[in-house]
Design a protein around this ligand. Structure first.
Ligand code: HEC
Length: 89
């Protein structure tokens, strides 16, 4: 039930972007630079085939592959913190 609500909310939030005909907008080059400075210590980006697309060894945070538009707290196999789970998991 909670997940359905979250999914519906994320769809509503994503719809202006999707209506524009783009799955994602933004500056991938700039994003990669920011990721490399600010996120790499804790996050990896690993696709469904297990290929590492970005990151080094940071695993304290969840895998961020396909995270844009996903509901909060939905990464499988990641043990979210209690305050996160109380609200989203
Ligand atoms: C110091 C470590 C650390 C850094 C640096 C960090 N994160 Fe995280 N991030 C985490 C942890 C740990 C969680 C999970 C929190 C929880 O379970 O309560 C998280 C959660 C997230 C989530 C939510 C995932 C979900 O499934 O709901 C997103 C999105 C995210 N981080 C993006 C980023 C981005 C983008 C950056 C860089 C700008 C970043 N994080 C930097 C540790 C970090």
């Amino acid at each position: 039930m909670k997940h359905t609500l979250i999914a519906a909310l994320s769809l509503m939030l994503a719809s202006p972007v999707l209506a524009g005909g783009h799955a994602a907008t933004g500056d991938a080059v700039a994003g990669e630079a920011v990721f490399g400075k600010q996120c790499v210590a804790c996050h990896l980006v690993v696709n469904d085939d297990g290929e590492k697309l970005a990151g080094r060894n940071g695993k304290s945070g969840p895998n961020l592959y396909n995270i844009a538009g996903a509901g909060a707290g939905m990464v499988e196999d990641y043990r979210y913190g209690k305050s996160m789970c109380d609200r989203w998991c």
